[in-house]
Write a protein that binds this ligand. Structure first.
Ligand code: NAD
Length: 634
């Protein structure tokens, strides 16, 4: 079902129609006109006065944006003083607003000569501002009786204003197509308006008469849509940004429209398809964005003067009360929309069937994968990769940059330089996998990432050995117990340990060093215990001379790891545990570059002096680490 109410207004459209203004006033049976002209339209006001001749009984040039009531009061006094029985307004939406405000107060007739594409002249709606608050009302008395569209007059509108005003009109037609009040009459007008406005906007580069004609006709049709059916999120948002943050009307419409369209695209696929067809494109939101860029219009709320800190508040205001819109306007969703609009990003293409088909086609090529797990992983990976590219509107250059980055990451890898592990670590992926692993055996000691410095087959060492082999540093006595989750000691567990030296380097990073140092393989005794000497590990930067380092630098992240000692524990019949113990009070515990720190793994490396457990002579301070690892039986 639908309802449709035609608005009774007389439209005069053509070239040089300004000359008919006297006839049109007389046609209404009026003889005393107050002429209203916008501040930039004094000359046009003069021409209107001249044509009206003796019918012009007064003149007011002070119309202002958003129809402030104090301006209306001044004009009202003039209207009464002059004994006017009609108003003739020449200007944009602001001047039309003033004419409407006077008409609704006095019942005088209105003849409007629009010079912008705002569309107000064909709507029964009036927005007025009193004490900084804008309120809107609708009444048949507000609708102007006669509108004279003069293409020649509209040609005086400077091109930059014509661009934003044209997109303002486009917004009326777009929102009409997904309005709950949509009907075939308005749909037809909206689609015709979109075609004309798009042609007009494209033609503004050469500013031809045809372009101006298309724009003015499109503006009339779009304005008629605005006057006939309810608008959605776009108009609500622009109203909020104009009313509460003082942003200019038409430029705000221009920036916001493509983003609201993208927001609504999935919920209004039919409207979007029709809009895209009218624009001669495959995707409506990006087509509108590209049209604006091509016409030289503004694309970011930032350039219109909105502070980034206002985005949350704007979203809150715009979503405070419910109103019809294809996609529910949620606060978070609108904040995201505004962020893109603020930054001037091109909206991501949506509902582009070509891309959907491409993704589906690639996914289907894995249908026959014999290994079911491999099939699941690949068929999930592909749509996520595609979505990443689509949602971020990835450019060819950005894709190439990513490929080059991965190529360099591979090229720098060798037996001891594990740049891919580092990449996974710094992106937090290693920790994600680690947390998943850990969740399978919740009663054990938490695991931690392997890191890039593990070397398989470390030297076998006896209990009590010193893995530091005389390297300088604070001596560290490590005494650990390994049990299962029933607290039973695990004998003969193979434990690989590795760590950095006092300066934060691993042996593999020190080419002058002979043989492996600060790493070793030990075995627990009958009681599940393991004791050895080492030195206190220190904080260190992960290798930052490769692609991963470049990524950290580009994002202003530091490359440091909190000081720690690595353990890899394997025992017959048990699950392997890979973990790290962090030095309590160490640096970077809160901002570890690879996200490896877990509270349960931060332990006391207790400062001691005096006799050592195995009688080794140590001058000054040494440290003692006692810890019990719990590993899971299989
Ligand atoms: P506007 O009337 O303020 O005009 C925009 C700018 O263009 C102004 O600086 C104006 O002086 C200038 N201008 C207009 N014509 C010109 C010309 N021929 N030559 C040189 N400069 C010219 O703004 P607008 O975008 O036309 O309308 C916006 C106002 O209209 C807002 O207050 C908005 O709320 C209202 N509006 C109301 C409705 C409604 O249905 N009630 C619909 C649309 C807009």
């Amino acid at each position: 079902m639908f309802t449709y109410t035609a608005r009774p207004a007389r439209i005069v459209f053509g070239h040089g129609t300004l000359e008919r203004v006297r006839d049109e006033v007389e046609r209404l049976g009026r003889s005393r006109a107050l002429v209203l002209a916008g501040p930039d339209l004094a000359e046009s006001g003069d021409r209107v006065e001249k044509v009206l001749g003796p019918l012009a009984v007064g003149r007011f040039d002070g119309a202002a944006m958003h129809t402030p009531v104090e301006v209306t009061e001044q004009a009202l006094a003039l209207l009464r003083e002059a004994g006017a029985d009609c108003v003739v307004a020449v200007g944009g939406g602001s001047t039309t607003g003033l004419a409407k405000a006077l008409a609704v107060r006095t019942g005088v007739d209105q003849v409007i000569l629009p010079t912008t594409y705002a569309g107000s002249e064909v709507t029964p709606v009036l927005g007025e501002t009193a004490d900084g608050v804008k309120t809107t009302r609708s009444s048949p008395d507000i609708l102007p009786e006669t509108v004279i569209y003069d293409v020649e007059l509209s040609r005086e509108l400077p091109v930059p204003i014509a661009v934003t005003s044209g997109v303002n009109a486009l917004a009326h037609a777009v929102e009409a197509l997904y309005s709950p009040d949509a009907n075939p009459v308005i749909d037809g007008m909206a689609l015709d308006a979109i075609e004309r406005l798009a042609r007009g906007l494209r033609g503004l580069a050469e500013d031809t008469l045809e372009a101006r004609t298309e724009l003015l006709q499109g503006a009339w049709l779009a304005g008629t849509c605005l006057g006939a059916v309810g608008m959605g999120l776009h108009h609500k948002l622009c109203h909020t940004l104009g009313g509460s943050f003082g942003l200019p009307h038409a430029p705000t419409h221009t920036v916001v429209l493509p983003h609201v369209m993208a927001y609504n695209a999935a919920a209004a696929p039919d409207a979007m398809r029709r809009i895209a067809d009218a624009l001669g494109a495959t995707d409506a939101p990006t087509a509108v964005y590209d049209l604006i860029v091509e016409a030289g219009g503004p694309t970011s709320l930032q350039e219109l003067g909105l502070a980034e800190s206002d985005l949350d508040r704007a979203a809150e205001l715009a979503t405070a009360a419910p109103y019809p819109n294809p996609a529910e306007p949620t606060r978070d969703g609108v904040v995201r929309l505004l962020r893109r609009a603020w930054a001037g990003e091109r909206p991501a293409p949506t509902g582009v069937s070509v891309l959907d088909q491409l993704t589906a086609q690639v996914v289907s090529t894995f249908d026959g994968t014999p290994d079911p797990r491999l099939r699941v992983l690949l068929q999930d990976l592909v749509p996520r990769l595609h979505a990443f590219a689509i949602d971020n509107d990835l450019t060819q250059d950005e894709w190439q940059h990513g490929i080059d980055f991965l190529t360099r990451t591979g090229q720098i890898c060798d037996a001891t330089r594990q740049e891919f592990v580092l990449l996974s670590d710094t992106l937090g992926l290693s920790s994600v996998v680690d947390v998943l692993t850990n969740s399978r055996t919740p009663d054990t000691t938490p695991s931690a990432v392997l890191g890039p410095f593990y070397v398989d087959g470390p030297p076998e060492l006896e209990q009590g050995a010193d893995i530091a082999a005389g390297m300088p540093g604070t001596p560290l006595w490590v005494d650990v117990l390994i049990t299962d989750t029933d607290d039973k000691p695990v004998a003969e567990a193979v434990v690989d340990v590795w760590q950095s030296n006092e300066d934060g380097f691993y042996d593999v990073q020190l080419p002058d060093l002979e043989g492996p140092v600060l790493r070793g393989r030990l075995r627990t005794d009958r009681d599940g215990r393991l004791r050895f000497w080492s030195i206190l590990p220190s904080a260190y930067p992960i290798p930052s001379d490769g692609p991963v380092g470049a990524m950290l630098a580009a994002t202003e992240r530091h490359p440091y790891r909190a000081p720690h000692l690595h353990f890899m524990i394997a025992a017959e019949g048990c699950r392997r545990l890979i973990t790290q113990l962090f030095v309590v009070g160490g640096k970077y515990l809160d901002s570890d570059a690879v996200f490896g720190v877990k509270d349960d793994l931060i332990v006391n490396f207790e400062p001691r002096t005096g006799p050592t457990p195995d009688g080794r002579a140590v001058d000054g301070e040494w440290r003692r680490l006692d810890f019990t690892f719990q590993i899971a039986r299989r």
